[in-house]
Design a protein around this ligand. Structure first.
Ligand code: ARG
Ligand code: MN
Ligand code: MN
Length: 312
């Protein structure tokens, strides 16, 4: 393991969970994200940083797809998303319980239902840092798209209301244990939810005003004031500006720069409190070859920075 000491880990092992899944949104290709990240050398890169890597290969989640999967209210493919995220929760929990760092590669962001459930079941006192252009906090009532990758946070908070398919999801997240950085495309219903639940969010406007260094500090002060809680980092690559990471399904202009994105990961690693990291929404089927190269390599470097790579 790199020089960085991770306080809650019992090993120098990172468990990598590749989740080639796209059912939380309509665009094909995002299921290829994890395969490409591994193809681009992520595992060897982490090994050369002195991590022991456990990677079980890309599991075939397609077999979990039910023959019949009717909409649940507005939600699309609810049974499929539920089945996949439930398995992911079990995989993440199994890795976390052994004291390993857990790195999950998406796939679309609905997968975070599983990663956050798995981490918070293991570490109930954890906090969640959500890096994204979007808040992904729509409820089955407020969603206009019906895409579940826009809803994971509401399920984890327990504000989604009764959805039979997702009854297994633990309401493990408290509103004061999540903080957002990078937001710039938040639906009206989501703005209301954030306000009503007093959820802390740093938009791109805050990044402009305070700079990324201050924003990260303020974010940690909010969810982790004594710096004694385990941290799960869920990074949607669409938080980055589309000029930096173009190959993603829901790009929004005005995002984080290359350095701002990496700085967040470096700062999280530096706390020594990280226990889980998600790299989500890399879609190698979108845009041209150069864009794919840019986006996949940035997925790899964000993961490395989160796991202790430094510039000096
Ligand atoms: N993980 C993502 N990229 N989410 C995008 C969500 C977009 C929009 N808010 C929706 O509910 O559909
Ligand atoms: Mn997003
Ligand atoms: Mn997202």
């Amino acid at each position: 393991m790199p020089e960085q000491v991770y306080k809650f880990l019992k090993s120098n092992t990172v468990g990598i969970i590749g989740v080639p899944f796209s059912g939380g949104q309509p665009r094909q290709g995002v299921e290829e994200g994890p395969l490409r990240l591994v193809e681009f050398g992520l595992i060897d890169q982490l090994k050369s940083m002195d991590w022991a890597v456990e990677f079980e290969g890309h599991r075939d989640y397609v077999s979990l797809r039910p023959a019949h999967d009717p909409d649940s209210g507005k939600l699309k493919r609810p049974r499929y998303v539920s089945a996949v995220t439930k398995v992911v929760a079990e995989q993440v929990e199994a890795q976390a319980r052994r004291g390993n760092m857990v790195l999950t590669l998406g796939g679309d962001h609905s997968i975070a239902i599983g990663t956050v459930a798995g981490i918070f079941t293991t570490y109930p006192e954890a906090c969640l840092i959500w890096i994204d252009a979007h808040a992904d906090i729509n409820t089955p009532k407020t969603t206009t798209s019906g895409n579940i990758h826009g809803c994971p946070v509401s399920f984890l908070l327990g504000i989604a209301g009764k959805v039979p398919e997702f009854e297994w999801v633990p309401h493990c997240l408290r509103p004061d244990r999540i903080v957002y950085i990078g937001l710039r495309d938040v639906d009206e219903g989501e703005k209301r939810i954030l306000r009503e639940n007093g959820i802390k969010a740093f938009s791109m406007s805050h990044v402009d005003r305070y700079g990324i260094g201050q924003v990260v500090e303020m974010a940690l002060d909010h969810v982790n004031p004594k710096r004694d809680r385990p941290i799960h980092l869920s990074f949607d690559v669409d938080a980055l500006d589309p000029s930096v990471a173009p190959s993603t399904g829901t790009p929004v202009r005005g995002g984080l720069t290359f350095r701002e994105g990496h700085y967040i990961c470096e700062a999280m690693s530096e706390t020594g409190l990280l226990v889980g990291v998600d790299i989500m929404e890399v879609n190698p089927a979108l845009e041209d070859e150069v864009s794919v190269y840019q986006t996949v390599t940035i997925g790899c470097s964000l993961a490395r920075c989160s796991l202790g790579e430094t510039l000096l």
